[in-house]
Design a protein around this ligand. Structure first.
Ligand code: PDD
Length: 276
């Protein structure tokens, strides 16, 4: 089924939607984005995604294309126009399309670009993959230094995932100075000594909205949590490992670089957090 997508103020069938070749998002990855999951036709954790979009825009002095209420309305309209039940809404803001390619942005006379589209993900809640768990392969983290800003500079993370696939894994975990930073598009967690461990926030990882929700759920369930970095070796020797993101929720990791984690099957903590 052809989607209806939003491009710079217009709703169009996806085949008719166009962005300029001079758009700085296309030429320079001068753009930020958000992915909000949709369950039962409703946006999940939208307030968190909106707040992070605002932080990303502010960090890069990127002009805002619309106010909070308008952005919420656009997200809801994308869901409604596409009768989306289970899946996600992608929202991207770029620094617009000046008349010429130039590293320097001419200024606010160039309006920001805004694109929204939906993607169906049947079985998102059910999580067939969550029942089996995934394998990850580790790669060096070669991204830039402001990974807390959700930019569309996704060359390295997507390449890392392809490298992992080539090694028979499902996804990549990125490693810096011997410590796991995060997954290609998710936050990385382990369960070690009965405690849930995930790297603390900083400029070196994205502050996952699902991460925040899982931390809240863990606190409510009185599960012990430590925010600190961990090594690949510690993860391989942990009781459990898992990743979190808007499009996976809590997804168990059962192999790291070919070595089984715990029993080599999804564990009870990941299962419980996913249920919560
Ligand atoms: N990615 N870390 C990175 C590098 C990410 O790209 C993402 C999300 C996360 C998890 O954030 P959240 O829980 O807010 O989804 C962590 C999205 C899903 C994507 O790029 O498709």
């Amino acid at each position: 089924m052809s989607r209806i997508v939003h491009v710079n103020g217009e709703w169009l069938p996806e085949a008719e939607a166009k962005v300029s070749v001079f758009d700085r998002g296309f030429l320079m990855a001068d753009a930020v984005y958000e992915v909000t999951s949709v369950l039962d036709g409703r946006l999940v954790d939208f307030a968190g995604h909106l707040a992070r979009l605002r932080r990303s825009l502010a960090a890069l002095d990127l002009p805002s294309p619309a106010g909070d209420d308008a952005l919420l309305a656009l997200h809801r309209e994308a869901v409604a126009r596409n009768a989306l039940d289970e899946g996600m809404v992608y929202c991207q803001v770029t620094r617009g399309a000046p008349a010429e390619r130039d590293f320097l942005w001419p200024g606010p006379e160039v309006p920001p670009g805004l694109v929204l589209f939906t993607q169906e993900k049947p079985g998102l809640a059910l999580g067939a993959q969550a029942r089996a768990g995934i394998a990850v392969a580790t790669v060096p983290d070669l991204r830039w230094g402001r990974r807390d800003i959700k930019t569309v500079q996704l060359l390295y993370p997507s390449w890392a995932k392809m490298i992992a696939k080539g090694q028979g894994a499902d996804d990549a975990w990125m490693v810096e100075e011997g410590l796991v930073t995060e997954g290609s598009s998710n936050n990385a967690w382990i369960v070690a000594g009965g405690r849930i461990v995930t790297r603390g926030l900083g400029e070196d990882i994205l502050a996952g909205i699902t991460r925040a929700t899982v931390l809240r759920c863990a606190a409510e369930a009185q599960l012990a949590v430590e925010e600190r970095p961990f090594t690949v070796e510690e993860a391989q020797g942990a009781e459990e490992a898992f990743v979190t993101s808007a499009t996976t929720f809590v997804l168990p990791v059962v192999r790291i670089d070919g070595r089984p984690v715990g029993s080599g099957a999804p564990g009870p903590v990941a299962r419980r957090l996913r249920e919560l």
